[in-house]
Design a protein around this ligand. Structure first.
Ligand code: AHR
Length: 312
């Protein structure tokens, strides 16, 4: 026990001294707000000083924040990249300053030598899980789908689309009628769904909605109800995140399925940074988070209660 404590002590001591800059995308969704809350509390638990910057959805604000963190000489940087491209120059600056960068919840294209690791989901898999669920529900029935995409250029939007398309490929009875961005927000999800309903015979041509996040689906559910449709019954729904409101909608029979995304990406990131800083232990390049499917069968109200306290 003494040897184990001695081995742990320097790591803890370092963690207490560590200052980490966090460039957060913004607060577009309930999931995002929860990630911010969880990151703050995970830092506090470990005695880490967190410098937080909200980029309000703009990459240029994230680039500016990273440059400020570099100038301040933080020990590490967490970056939730709003889009997948355009990071090479600023990440090179961080690397030259010897500051490790950890990606949270979204990936960037290439540049693997410029960040330490990524704590992210496999979003192609998330799209697969959603698509395979729909294939099972559809059986041999014809199902016309409308898709609400996430932010244009975000890895999670591109990959969730690709994964879903892969899953339904070869199932001629499932067809994506319309696909448009709702920017991961409730308001946009509602607005785009209203336009889909209008364009598709008052929604009567639509058999299912696939949304790249729950917030857009919550907006879409409202649009369907406003149009006199019955979401979850007339129109199937499947989305991603697992926020409390979607579990409540599933329990009420107004939504059908969601693919869970944990808001705790920072906890594992802080732990691997602590080990890396203390003894140079390099983490794997990708810490993949779980993507579990939830439906009415997984006790949605229990999930709702469980998640309510998690920063949502
Ligand atoms: O990058 C993760 C995604 O970003 C979440 O699914 C979505 O809710 C958020 O805005």
């Amino acid at each position: 026990v003494a040897a184990a404590l001695a081995a742990v002590r320097p790591v803890t001591a370092f963690a207490q001294a560590m200052t980490v800059g966090f460039s957060q995308i913004g607060s577009e969704s309930g999931w995002r707000a929860a990630e911010t809350t969880v990151t703050r509390s995970e830092a506090q638990k470990r005695g880490i000083t967190l410098r937080f910057n909200d980029a309000q959805q703009r990459q240029e604000n994230q680039i500016r924040a990273i440059r400020t963190f570099v100038t301040q000489g933080v020990d590490a940087i967490l970056l939730a990249p709003v889009v997948a491209t355009g990071w090479t120059a600023v990440l090179r600056e961080a690397k030259q300053a010897n500051i490790p960068v950890v990606l949270l919840d979204r990936n960037i294209e290439g540049n693997e030598d410029l960040y330490l690791t990524a704590v992210t989901p496999d979003s192609v898999h998330e799209g697969n899980v959603a698509g395979e669920w729909l294939v099972r529900q559809a059986g041999s029935k014809q199902v016309n789908v409308v898709e609400l995409q996430g932010t244009v250029g975000a890895s999670v939007a591109t990959d969730r689309k690709r994964g879903f398309d892969q899953a339904i490929a070869g199932h001629g009875n499932i067809r994506v009628l319309r696909s448009q961005t709702g920017d991961f927000t409730r308001a946009k999800g509602k607005e785009v769904m209203e336009s889909f309903i209008k364009a598709e015979n008052g929604g009567r041509n639509i058999g299912a909605v696939y949304a790249h996040n729950d917030d857009m689906m919550v907006g879409a559910i409202q649009a369907m109800k406003d149009a006199g449709l019955k979401p979850g019954q007339d129109i199937l729904t499947v989305s991603v995140d697992g926020v409390p409101d979607i579990f409540r909608a599933i329990a009420a029979g107004e939504a059908n399925a969601t693919v869970e995304l944990t808001p705790n990406m920072a906890g594992p990131a802080f732990d691997l940074l602590t080990a890396f800083k203390a003894n140079g232990t390099a983490p794997p390049k990708w810490i993949k988070t779980e993507s579990k499917l939830y439906t009415a069968e997984n006790e949605p109200m229990k999930e709702y209660e469980a998640r309510r306290g998690l920063g949502y």
